[in-house]
Write a protein that binds this ligand. Structure first.
Ligand code: AMP
Length: 505
């Protein structure tokens, strides 16, 4: 098992200074459809949730074939790889870069053999009790390489132990899940498949999204509704927290393997702020519209004050593209200050090679953004972004705008200070790396080099989602972890820590 020492992130590169997103999962059961092609499309629409590796497993009711590799969906699959993937059920996965090993072995779906048959698993989230699970199941060191791998191992053990040597009645996977799932803690939106069932699982807190869609002759599971749209599936509903949906030739069935006392909806609030695609719907709300409302609320809470010079210099609301665009639209609308573009983002930026010895942060931001000088020079800029995590890229953006001739830079962030690490599917590094965990807002303003800085209040953010009555995980903003996160003492401070196993999904 890979073990990461606290505070050490061997995978960190200069290009790794932002936290990474949760993974994306997709599943389809659709006789008569080209399921590999549908899965390819679904993963394509979920690519923003993970760019490290992509994979899919397809079954024709008899055998399961898995194809996975490092890289983007479009790198891993082409017509040649998709053509032989014939069948009527499939699951797929896109994985983010973690601080851990970026290896083929960690790509998903994970396949496990179980005598008669096999099954595959794709995981979005992060378990918080991996080490305890591994220990209690007597899994030997080195057998599993991640939390997702541990879940696959437990399911495999349960399937093999159930009826050794007996012929399968086709429900082995389902029975194993009923046994294993209640033992898992943390975040897990899963897709699984054996040779005749596709299964979707959402943990009792529903930390990560997962929805169900309908095709004319089949069913689709997807992390986000964009995965349904792209294959022409109609949105049916989000899976309930704690729900297992089994899809097979007879249709869909729901199982509820968790104790009612465990069910406590806590969708990640950051999905609304940053993770989810703007055209996705969460809790019935379009994310783009919610982000616009965040910007409107920010304009009410933290308006641009009149020009201190009395000269009434021109002001402009501009986003940090792409993530700041909807909130900037909302801010401009509510404040009446014109919306404009001050930065162009290079669309082709992904993981980039940066020559050692250069000013790496600045270099990275220069590769990502270029200022539109004519639009910036002499203006009082209200610069909108959704979040500041480590502060490194924001600082470089502020410097770039100054250099381009901005008269003033007023930074407005459409979420509260990001102060606590996420243990439920996002890799944010340690508290020491989160700027707001270590500096006050005025100190952050000075570090970033802007004239003013304001963050949207939590209650305003929750209201802006349009579903304030629903449950949210706000741990990264408040430190209130909805499920216990073991504490460890570091320098006399109690810090949350989880099993030091790399998150894999
Ligand atoms: P920084 O100034 O380095 O903290 O970077 C802030 C930028 O990171 C903002 O533009 C955010 O939209 C972006 N961001 C927030 N969360 C993530 C994430 N999980 N992965 C990548 N970028 C993120």
């Amino acid at each position: 098992m890979e073990v990461d020492a606290p505070g050490e992130h061997p995978g960190d590169t200069p290009d790794d200074d932002s936290p990474k997103e949760a993974c994306g999962v997709f599943g389809v059961y659709a006789p008569g459809h080209a399921v590999a092609q549908l899965t390819y499309l679904g993963l394509y629409a979920l690519q923003h949730r993970g760019q490290e590796s992509a994979g899919m497993a397809v079954s024709d009711g008899d055998t399961i074939t898995v194809v996975k590799d490092m890289g983007l969906v479009s790198h891993v699959f082409d017509n040649r790889t998709l053509a032989p993937l014939q069948g009527h059920l499939a699951v797929g996965h896109v994985r983010y870069s973690t601080t851990g090993a970026s290896t083929w072995g960690n790509a998903q779906p994970i396949y496990r053999e179980t005598g008669d048959a096999g099954f595959v698993l794709g995981h979005n989230g992060n378990l918080t009790n991996t080490a305890a699970l591994v220990e209690s199941a007597g899994i030997l060191p080195g057998t599993v390489s991640s939390d997702s791998d541990a879940v696959a191992e437990l399911i495999q053990q349960a399937m093999i132990a159930a009826e050794p040597g007996a012929r399968s009645d086709g429900r082995d996977l389902e029975r194993a899940l009923l046994e294993v799932l209640p033992r898992l803690e943390g975040a897990f939106s899963l897709v699984l498949m054996d040779d005749s069932h596709v299964v979707g699982v959402r943990d009792p807190n529903g930390f990560r999204p997962l929805c169900l869609g309908r095709l004319d002759n089949g069913w689709v599971l997807s992390s986000e509704t964009t995965g349904l749209d792209i294959v022409g599936a109609h949105f049916v509903r989000e899976l309930d927290p704690g729900e297992v949906v089994v899809i097979d030739a007879t249709g869909t069935r729901s199982l509820r393997p968790f104790d009612a006392s465990q069910i406590d909806p806590k969708l990640c609030l950051f999905e609304f702020v940053y993770f989810a695609r703007p055209d996705s719907r969460l809790y019935g709300q379009t994310v783009h519209t919610a982000r616009q409302r965040m910007g409107e609320s920010l304009a009410e809470q933290a308006p641009l004050l009149p020009d201190p010079t009395g000269q009434d210099r021109e002001a402009m609301v501009m986003p940090v593209p792409e993530s700041g665009i909807p909130a900037a639209e909302g801010y401009a609308r509510r404040s009446g200050i014109p919306f404009g573009q001050g930065l162009v983002r290079n669309r082709y930026i992904n993981r980039t090679f940066i020559a050692p010895g250069q000013d790496q942060r600045t270099q990275k931001v220069r590769m990502k953004f270029n200022p539109i000088r004519e639009n910036i020079v002499g203006k009082r800029l209200v610069v909108i972004d959704d979040s500041i995590v480590r502060g490194t890229s924001t600082r470089a953006v502020v410097a770039m705008l100054r250099e381009a001739g901005a008269a003033e830079i007023h930074l407005r962030i459409s979420s509260p200070p990001y102060r606590w690490p996420c243990f439920f599917g996002m890799d944010t590094g340690t508290r020491g790396e989160l700027i707001a965990a270590n500096l006050t807002v005025p100190e952050i303003r000075d570090y970033l080099g802007c004239d003013t800085l304001a963050y949207l209040d939590l209650d305003r953010l929750v209201t802006a989602t349009g579903v304030a009555s629903r449950g949210f995980c706000t741990a990264c903003l408040t430190g209130n972890y909805p499920v216990p996160v073991p504490l460890r003492r570091v320098d006399d401070e109690e810090l949350p820590s989880v099993d030091l196993v790399h998150p894999s999904g």
